[in-house]
Design a protein around this ligand. Sequence first.
Ligand code: CMC
Length: 435
Amino acid sequence: MPADSKTNETVSITDNTTGKKVDFPLLTGTEGPKVIDIRTLYSGLGFFTYDPGYTSTGSTESKITYIDGDAGILRHRGYSIEELAEKSDYMETCYLLLHGELPTAAQKEDFESTITRHTMVHDQMNNFFRGFRRDAHPMAVMCGVVGAMAAFYHDSTDITDPHQRLVASHRLIAKMPTIAAMTYKYSIGQPFMYPRNDLDYAENFLYMMFAVPCEAYKVNPVLSKAMDRIFILHADHEQNASTSTVRLAGSTGANPFACIAAGIASLWGPAHGGANEAVLAMLGKIGTKDNIPAFIQKVKDKEEMLMGFGHRVYKNYDPRAKIMARTCHEVLSELNIKDEPLLDMAIEMEQIALNDKYFVDRKLYPNVDFYSGIILKAMGIPVSMFTVLFAVARTVGWIAQWSELIADPAQKIGRPRQLYTGAAPRNYAPLHLRK
Ligand code: CMC
């Protein structure tokens, strides 16, 4: 805990039964609410805290990402997501997240070259893919293949060596698009496409997804720019479920590839990264604009969820959703898609929800996933790959947070406690006496 987080303020908790009172220090970060340091609560008063879903719990100190959910603010290392999405590119944002500062021109060139030269995967990984059914969900394959990287890259699993940690970070960022595209190619029975070093990160991903060996493939620059922006928008998001999973796994000393595989598994759920896939399923189920009011009623009756809406932290517009909606229009116009029923439905649903008391009262706004699925679909990305793309983009956030954790001398194994409500002590009954 850095000394500059300490204030002179304290918060007291008194056990009304015993009258014992303990003062707890109040900590202050650069921004955000003050934080009560309750680490001595159990030793001082014999209590645990109870916070299922961690709605009021700061699990760590971090310098990477800041969110003000009420104001709809997201910043990486102090830079707003709006500015990064408009002026930066994904490689630069990766460098920023990993190293804390924007790169100089020389650092940027060096970083891009390092990532580019790590994009190929061990050739034997091709065989590993062949063990999966071709109709497997790509996220299932991602969990397995990324976890298996620890079996292929032994020379970057020693977490006590900062150089090995950096090499693992580079390998993960570089190889995720390759593995993601291989997952897709395997599912449709096409040959894997090797990465090309003359393409940038987003171009390379589109190339490996859509090129085939028998003809030339030209990456559309508007689509690769949009893909790059989608990657930036998903790059990191503070202590969300998958990042907390990565940190918890990392706190045990597990290797980085195992930790990222754990993060991918956590991201898969429809309440988290799986929401972009769920939005399209929802729009497909609704079918036409005419059916929207009936669907909204079902949501209010708690029979359905409005996927792509709501957020644990944002009680305002998710800033990423605004940029995503704009990108969506750009992509559709570039592709000359004038009439996209899914987009029309999404816009109408957004308007209805934003003016409906149910959503207003609960501060439910579109989140990053509301429009991303429509863009990805227009770009020809199959729905089952949506969450995989999220995982590709979020890898840098996971690995930056993991690196921060491992480098922190104060880090301990994560080990929450519980409010036990099970059976009280009782005697073992032999089998013949049980009813
Ligand atoms: N549709 C309808 N009602 C909702 C929704 C929704 N999408 N989200 C929250 N609510 C209601 C919820 O039923 C509750 O109502 P009540 O007060 O009457 O019980 C109230 O709003 C508060 O919700 P909550 O469950 O306490 O909110 P939470 O912070 O636990 O959940 C969430 C956040 C993101 C899991 C949830 O909003 C949700 O499941 N949204 C849909 C899935 C989604 O789009 N997820 C992507 C999140 S952003 C990207 C990412 O993190 O990966």
